[in-house]
Design a protein around this ligand. Structure first.
Ligand SMILES: Cc1cc2nc3c(=O)[nH]c(=O)nc-3n(C[C@H](O)[C@H](O)[C@H](O)COP(=O)(O)OP(=O)(O)OC[C@H]3O[C@@H](n4cnc5c(N)ncnc54)[C@H](O)[C@@H]3O)c2cc1C
Ligand code: SF4
Length: 584
């Protein structure tokens, strides 16, 4: 080792991971304090324009350093569960669908008949934290100007049709609060002007790049190349660096591997991924106004480099898989960890389904739902079944996904146009072939008279992780204790599909979808004591003062609605508790 070697010295606090937990907790530690705080993030920063859109770019956009991959998506597959999470500065906010809903107050209460619903934190203690997180992330509904208009003229047709279908199903739908910028902003305030796609604003951010207002292209889950999403890099992480000044540092491309007690706190061992570092350094040279997001001290030898840092307070916020794996791997040095470590996994009841071949009410025509027009999620409706709450939302995807869905209709379209296509081959068309080619697209119903739908809610957090090599195994079966929840979710989505004038997903698809999640939770659950949880109601690890966990892994059960706002609210509270420890 050269230039400083493996030991990166002592900080007041180290935060591991920059998603909703890590970014919010890190900001609490520097706001109005004198603490020196280091944030370690394994992934790279993603300035506007850096998200892949081509097959060539996508093949490098996955995370597996052992295979030389340092990209955005980390995919997990267990025997009955498949999941996607993000790796990058801003964590899941880079690829999430921007929905920021509060967990309803009545879902916090202890219910002796149902352990999963007992939360150690009362709702009343999160009210201010929710409000603070909303103030920073600025979720707002899709502007009314976009409702019902033609998608070719900045319209989002799916939203009103979703709202109507929900009302006709007897529900009370709402526009979803989404953390997206639709109107150009000056400074931190929003203008009152009309929304306008593609307007530049706000280049004073940690990337040093100009952002643009939402262009309604449904690419939120691929990363927003406009910078229109109010993701954590533009919000909490930007504030962490600005408010913290030279006391706040972010080292991207640095992956924590182990934590152990050390004099004055804890030592965090990590590796710096040299290949990813090189990409980040190159991007920074292209945008020199951006913040320094790499360890300035580096080595001459080929990486990855092993390093360690010590701190009085450590906040683990590496996400459900990352934090659980890190604590399981650290158990030899932290033998007093609760036996609950690895337990209480849930998928937050995720179920992805489709309404297909939707027809206009009372008419013969196809509906135009244009699922790629607008942000990915724009509306939601709540439902109760068997004492459990469910949330149903519209979904969408990029224009490319419409082309993919359209291939399902291709054989039918080509068959219906067989005569015209025959005349094309035989040359009997008088040279004018536009009409023939246009008709070969058929009705385009497979891609536009359809709507992906996402249901989530209060399933049962029965899963258990174990360490398997340097990965994880997961024992969880959606057809076990959660099966009645999933039946209710399938019924709800079938009803919705019919109220949209369409057909539900094939039952086999819905069955498969039961184990697919974008909202993995649990593994380091909160509890009242070491017998019932890994961390207490302030995120501090039982038996290890000064060691905290602040992310989706501490959820003792499903959040119900989309979890990011609740993770952020809890992380605000945990950051304050960690601050008290650091300054004690
Ligand atoms: C496609 C998609 C759409 C979604 N849409 C929504 C939505 O609309 N609303 C909503 O509320 N939720 C949504 N989610 C879920 C949401 O993104 C997650 O619930 C949330 O990001 C979890 O926050 P977290 O802090 O627990 O972890 P994460 O946000 O996953 O952050 C963990 C961070 O830690 C880093 N990390 C991991 N291991 C290490 C390590 N060893 N060392 C250093 N760093 C490490 C990771 O790279 C990552 O940046 C969506 C998720 C996906 C995948
Ligand atoms: S719809 Fe497009 S521009 Fe708007 S937030 Fe999503 S990805 Fe960004």
């Amino acid at each position: 080792m050269t230039a400083g070697g493996a030991d990166r010295g002592q900080y007041d606090a180290v935060v591991i991971g920059s998603g909703f937990g890590g970014a919010v907790a890190a900001y609490q530690l520097v706001r109005g304090t004198q603490l020196r705080v280091l944030l370690l993030e394994r992934g790279m920063p993603y300035p506007p324009g850096s998200f892949a859109r081509t097959p060539r770019g996508m093949r490098r956009s996955f995370w597996d350093p052992t295979a030389g991959l340092h990209g955005l998506y980390e995919l997990w597959s267990f025997s009955k569960v498949r999941a996607v999470v993000a790796s990058g500065l801003g964590g899941g906010s880079l690829i999430y669908a921007n929905v920021m809903l509060r967990k309803p107050p009545d879902t916090f209460g202890a219910d002796p008949s149902n352990d999963d619903m007992a939360w150690p934190v009362p709702h009343s203690e999160l009210v201010d934290e929710y409000r603070d997180a909303e103030r920073v992330m600025q979720p707002n509904p899709l502007p009314p100007e976009y409702l019902g208009a033609d998608p070719l003229q900045d319209g989002v047709p799916k939203t009103e049709q979703f709202l109507d279908a929900a009302r006709s199903a007897g529900l009370e739908p709402q526009l979803a609060p989404i953390a997206v910028t639709f109107r150009a902003r000056r400074g931190r305030g929003r203008t009152d002007g009309p929304p306008s796609p593609g307007v530049p604003f706000g280049e004073d951010n940690l990337h040093g790049c100009v952002r643009h207002t939402c262009t309604l292209v449904g690419e939120c889950d691929l990363g927003c190349n406009q910078g229109a999403k109010n993701s954590l890099d533009y919000t909490y992480l930007d504030r962490f660096l600005k408010d913290g000044g030279d006391r706040a540092q972010v080292f991207t491309c640095c992956e924590a591997t182990r934590i152990e007690p050390a004099a004055g706190g804890y030592r965090v061992h990590y590796v710096e991924h040299a290949a990813a570092r090189e990409i980040v350094a190159r991007r920074r040279r292209a945008h020199p106004a951006g913040a320094e997001l790499l360890d300035p001290d580096t080595d001459d030898e080929a990486g990855p480099w092993s390093r360690a840092v010590t701190a009085k307070v450590v906040i683990v916020a590496a996400g459900t898989f990352g934090s659980t794996r890190l604590l399981l791997a650290s158990r030899p040095g932290l033998p007093g960890l609760s036996a609950q470590l690895g337990r209480r996994f849930s998928t937050n009841g995720d179920l992805l389904t489709f309404a297909r071949d939707c027809r206009d009410p009372g008419g013969d025509g196809w509906r135009d739902l244009a699922p790629s027009a607008g942000p990915v999620i724009t509306a939601y409706a709540e439902h109760q079944s068997g004492g459990r709450r469910l949330w149903m939302e519209d979904a969408g995807g990029p224009a490319l996904s419409e082309w993919l869905w359209q291939t399902a209709e291709l054989p039918r379209d080509l068959w219906s146009q067989r005569r015209a296509l025959g005349s094309l081959v035989r040359g009997h068309h008088g040279g004018r072939i536009s009409r023939i080619v246009a008709r070969s697209f058929g009705s385009a119903a497979a891609s536009s008279a359809m709507l992906p739908m996402l249901t989530m809610g209060q399933d049962v957090s029965g899963g258990r992780f174990r360490l398997q090599g340097d990965g994880l195994s997961l024992d969880w079966d959606p057809d076990g204790a959660s099966s009645s929840y999933f039946r209710a979710a399938e019924d709800l989505s079938d009803r919705f599909a019919r109220h949209l004038g369409g057909r539900p997903s094939p039952p086999l698809f819905a069955r498969w979808s039961r184990g697919v999640t974008a909202h993995p939770l649990g593994g380091c659950p909160m509890g009242h004591d070491i017998r019932t949880g890994v961390v207490d109601a302030h995120g501090e690890v039982f038996a290890y003062p000064g060691l905290f966990v602040a992310d989706g892994s501490i959820m003792p059960g499903p959040v119900g609605p989309n979890p990011s706002l609740t993770i952020a609210a809890l992380a605000g509270r945990i950051g304050k508790a960690a601050l008290r420890r650091a300054t004690a």
